[in-house]
Structures are given as structure tokens and as C-alpha cells.
Design a protein around this ligand. Structure first.
Ligand code: 3PG
Length: 208
């Protein structure tokens, strides 16, 4: 049963953005994030193992909502859906992704960084947009400025957001969730530091 966009944003205030190279790390990582109280996670397609990691996470923790990020082509999107992804995230929108993603059957957070890109994405049929790279593209003041002319557009800012800054983003009226790698960095995952990841997840879960 596909997760709806409403279920997705209701379940997530902070979405950990994960880069995992070893399938063996999938199950303990998923379990640590869930044990910390998070319900939504984003695997990124930045390693050759990404599809298998996503499948292994879903198998280990079927209650977790697991998305695939860093989607750059319709082929990657379809392969992720076939692997069981609950939602998709892209760093930006290309013409082929604008055609394919709105009707792909699962929620999508497409990346945008300007007012024009946000307007185009809404026109293409997307509901919630990833504001990326959030800090570098203007951060909190920029999102505040977009809310005036575009009050109906909702964002999930991602990009260099820290646990200290996340609550300020979440307090904005046009922000529904934030994403970040700080909860489970590549180094923490490679070191198998599940205790730190669980503690970070607990702190992130408490923000929502
Ligand atoms: C991304 O690369 O998708 C985001 O920027 C998350 O990573 P960061 O929190 O390390 O910027």
C-alpha cells in the first residue's frame, strides 16, 4: 500500500539523509534509527549498493518509511520504486524528471532553489519541495522571503542543516520537515557506531 504525501509529512519532522556502501550496514542502521524514534529515512543513490541497501532496510524494519534520494533519471526512479522505495527525492528537476515523477505513483520531493523553480515544480504537479542546498541557497531568511508571495508552497529544506539550526527551520510556516546527514554520517555508518546514531535519532525525533 503506497504511502501518501500527507502520511509522509505527518510521520517525519527530521529525515536522516543516508549514504551507505555496504549492504551489511543496512539492518543495524535501520534498527538504530527506528529505535531512536524516527519513522522516515532517505537512502541516497550515491553508492553502487544503494538499491540493495534500501531493500535490506525495508526487510529489516518493514514499518520504516524508506525513500530513495539523489534520483537523477526516470530509470533510477523506476528501479527505486521496483525495489520498494516509499518515496523519492531529487536534488533538482530536469525535463525528463518533471515529466515522469508527478505520476510515478509514490510521493516525490523534487529539489528546487529559487522561486521560479518552486513555481514550475508546483505547476508540474508536485506538492512538497526539497529546498536544496538550503544553507548555501539562502537558508532561513530566503525561505521566509518565499513565504510572502508563495504562501501555499511547502518545503523540506536540506543541505548543511545542523541539529542546532533544524528547530528554527521547523518553526517556519512553509517548512514541513527538514533533511540532514548529521544523524547518521557516512563515517558513523562505516564505523558501525549505532549507539551514536541512535542517540542522534532520538534527539532528532524529539524535534517533531
Ligand atoms: C544532501 O546531500 O542531500 C543533503 O545536503 C544532506 O546532506 P547534508 O546534511 O550533509 O548537507
Amino acid at each position: 500500500m503506497a504511502v501518501s504525501m500527507k502520511e509522509l509529512v505527518d510521520a517525519a519532522s527530521v529525515i536522516p539523509v543516508l549514504t551507505v556502501g555496504e549492504v551489511a550496514h543496512a539492518a543495524p542502521l535501520a534498527s538504530a534509527l527506528k529505535a531512536g524514534g524516527l519513522r522516515v529515512i532517505e537512502m541516497t543513490w550515491r553508492t553502487e549498493a544503494a538499491l540493495d541497501v534500501l531493500k535490506a532496510m525495508k526487510a529489516a524494519e518493514p514499518d520504516l518509511i524508506v525513500g530513495m534520494g539523489t534520483i537523477r533519471s526516470p530509470e533510477q526512479a523506476q528501479a527505486s520504486i521496483d525495489a520498494g522505495a516509499d518515496f523519492l527525492v531529487s536534488p533538482g528537476l530536469s525535463p525528463s524528471l518533471s515529466d515522469f515523477l508527478p505520476d510515478c505513483g509514490i510521493p516525490v520531493l523534487p529539489g528546487v532553489a529559487t522561486a521560479g523553480e518552486a513555481m514550475s515544480a508546483i505547476e508540474a504537479g508536485f506538492e512538497v519541495l526539497k529546498f536544496f542546498p538550503a544553507e548555501q541557497a539562502g537558508g532561513l531568511p530566503y525561505l521566509k522571503s518565499l513565504h510572502g508571495p508563495l504562501p501555499d508552497i511547502r518545503f523540506c529544506p536540506t543541505g548543511s542543516i545542523t541539529p542546532e539550526k533544524a528547530p528554527d527551520y521547523l518553526a517556519l510556516p512553509n517548512v514541513v520537515c527538514v533533511g540532514g546527514s548529521w544523524i547518521a554520517t557516512k563515517a558513523m555508518v562505516e564505523a558501525g557506531d549505532w549507539a551514536t546514531i541512535k542517540a542522534n535519532a532520538r534527539r532528532a525525533a524529539a524535534m517533531g
